[in-house]
Write a new protein. Structure first.
Lengths: 377, 245
């Protein structure tokens, strides 16, 4: 039996069976009705945001959710699927933002500048991620985390200091290509009652890019490569004993993740028409990404959608809600002070603690577990 | 250099292994013949697991040499040792519990899809795997996990299987299934180096036996000789086969 002489033919049982519906999702369907429903609601709201909500803040919030879905999903590839704790993810996010900002500011507002900025940023991120990975993924996890923290801090300082190139603490404002400006009108007539302009085109560019890259990441984690990453996360020695080069796989995951984060940074810069250290490089963004991954559910890319949507919505509207609540409760002692808009971070923190306590596997992990126990009866 | 017919598949010569400040293997000399099942016996802490891990390169030999199929593999990284044709089944049901049974098997088949006849053969050895094919491996029982770990090692043709205490912690019925599976593997001509604490099980399976104590090989020879010599059993292992029946 050791060396079979029968003609080689593939056995379908070892391949993933794909129906047409699950092809798009790489056979990694939500596996829970409640989760499917939540995801459908979020994706539909994002897809139809310009038609559903009026005003610039809702559209900005929706664009930010799209960007963070991609950013958080790319971080989950590292943390949730490969078990790598990196603090340099915002560095790649920043490289994407600065790539676009510097190119558009220096070369002028054209699509060529966007392409040059994006390609340069992707190349720099890929090289940096590969170098950091090859040099430091051999060491123990905690040392790797410290190295990434040091590199990210150094890059943030560098971005602030090199003001001639990066605009320093003030950052860089730039103009977009004409097709993405608010004044651009691609259609003479409104569509579904909405006058389409360059701003809405920019939103859909962000939405479609984020959606496509999310699906690509879903394919990556559900590919044989992704299974090796999961095996490495669970036990790297066992994976090595099976013949897999752990450092090479981890480095490849870091590069893919860094490149996705770079695109997310580029998209945010294109939406804001600005990039600065606080927008993409700050450590608080790194903490936000970690919270979104944990709230959504580590090792479940769908968690990125839910985590990012919940977190960005809370960031954008919790203060407003609390302001309304504080006014409603005026006259009652203590309560208005407790829900004062200035204390929104306190409540966000409490929300995080409660969600981690109630859903240790994140929201997606919890819903999938519930779905599985229903299936098993 | 032409390899002789009687040349062992695996040969360790004066292998020393240190783990941190501890000197575990004190110059191991042993051979594993091709196409036979060699049992590696010894009390807890004798260095059996360290020897397997050193062969796989998971712990580095500090001196000595390890030759596999005539090639020096002492300094090779673990993935290269695995790719040279050695499969390792660690103790304690070493499967990837977050992956399904199918994914565990596919992961081990680095050279493409598992051959259908090989899969049928594996399902014949371990029928439970077919039943739970798409279930996360973490949901399997202890015995089923151990079966999966062994199935993973044989998902592709390998030259040598290193198996560390496959019956440890299993119920008697599972131990019986495991013995039957190894008997079938042996009949299929696999070369196996098997660590086992259960001398009764070992005596039923082994063609050869190696006994370790304090990081040294204290006996090697035919299993039948050890089974027949109760005084030797007492001296080497502190037991006799009779007491285990």
């Amino acid at each position: 039996m050791t060396r079979s002489s029968a003609p080689a033919r593939s056995f379908t049982e070892t391949r993933i069976r794909r129906g047409p519906s699950s092809w798009l999702l790489s056979s990694d369907t939500p596996r829970s009705w409640a989760l499917s429903l939540i995801l459908i609601v979020i994706v539909t709201c994002l897809a139809a945001a310009p038609f559903l909500f009026s005003g610039s803040q809702p559209l900005s919030t929706a664009a930010k959710i799209c960007v963070f879905v991609l950013l958080v999903a790319s971080y989950d590839l590292l943390l949730g699927y490969t078990g790598i704790v990196s603090f340099a993810h915002t560095m790649f996010f920043g490289i994407g933002g600065y790539g676009i900002a510097i190119a558009l500011e220096r070369l002028g507002p054209s699509w060529e500048s966007v392409a040059v900025g994006l390609v340069a940023a992707l190349a720099l991120s890929a090289v940096l991620a590969a170098v950091i990975g090859l040099l430091s993924l051999r060491v123990r996890a905690i040392f790797f985390s410290m190295i990434t923290l040091a590199v990210a801090s150094a890059v943030a300082v560098l971005a602030s200091q090199l003001s001639a190139i990066t605009g320093g603490e003030d950052g860089l404002s730039f103009q977009l290509p004409a097709e993405l400006r608010p004044a651009f009108r691609p259609f003479a007539e409104p569509i579904l009652g909405l006058a389409i302009n360059g701003r809405i085109l920019a939103y859909y560019m962000i939405f479609i890019t984020a959606a496509v890259l999310f699906l690509v990441l879903l394919r990556v984690v559900n590919s044989p490569f992704g299974r090796v990453l999961q095996a490495i996360r669970e036990n790297e020695f066992r994976a090595e004993a099976l013949g897999y080069r752990v450092v090479a796989y981890r480095t490849a995951a870091s590069v893919i993740s860094a490149m996705a984060a770079t695109v997310a940074g580029a998209l945010l810069a294109l939406w804001l028409r600005y990039n600065g250290p606080d927008t993409t490089l700050s450590f608080s963004i790194m903490i936000d990404i970690l919270l979104m991954v944990v709230i959504g559910g580590m090792g479940t890319l769908y968690g990125a959608i839910i985590g990012a949507a919940l977190f960005v919505l809370a960031q954008s509207y919790l203060q407003v809600l609390m302001g309304a609540g504080s006014q409603t409760l005026s006259g009652i002692p203590i309560l208005p002070d407790l829900v004062h808009p200035d204390r929104w971070l306190l409540w966000l923190g409490l929300l995080f603690i409660v969600s981690v306590y109630a859903f240790p596997g994140g929201i997606v992990g919890h819903l999938r577990k519930r779905g599985r126990s229903h299936e098993l009866g | 250099m032409a390899k002789g017919i009687d040349e062992p598949l695996l040969r360790l010569e004066g292998v020393h292994t240190h783990i941190g400040p501890y000197h575990i293997l004190h110059g191991v000399y042993c051979e594993v013949p091709n196409g036979e099942l060699t049992m590696l016996l010894g009390r807890n802490g004798a260095g059996k697991t360290t020897m397997l891990r050193t062969i796989m390169g998971l712990w580095r030999a500090s001196s000595g040499s390890i030759h596999f199929d005539g090639r020096d593999i002492t300094a090779l990284p673990s993935p290269d040792i695995a790719r040279s044709g050695i499969a390792y089944v660690p103790e304690a049901m070493a499967i990837f519990s977050d992956l399904t049974v199918r994914e565990n098997i596919v992961l081990a088949a680095r050279n493409g899809p598992v051959h259908s006849s090989r899969l049928d053969w594996m399902f014949g050895l371990f029928p439970a795997l077919k039943r739970f094919w798409n279930l996360p491996a973490g949901h399997l029982s202890g015995g089923q996990k151990q079966m999966l770990a062994i199935a993973r090692a044989i998902a592709e043709p390998r030259r040598l299987l290193l198996v560390d205490e496959p019956t440890k912690g299993l119920a008697p019925v599972m131990i019986h299934s495991m013995i039957e599976a190894f008997r079938a593997l042996k009949a299929a001509g696999e070369t196996i180096l098997l660590v086992e604490q259960n001398f009764h099980a070992a005596s039923q399976l082994g063609d050869n036996v190696i006994v370790m104590d304090d990081g040294l090989i204290v006996h090697s020879g035919a299993m039948s000789d050890l089974v027949a010599d109760k005084a030797l059993q007492q001296r080497l292992l502190g037991l006799s086969l009779d007491s285990h029946q």
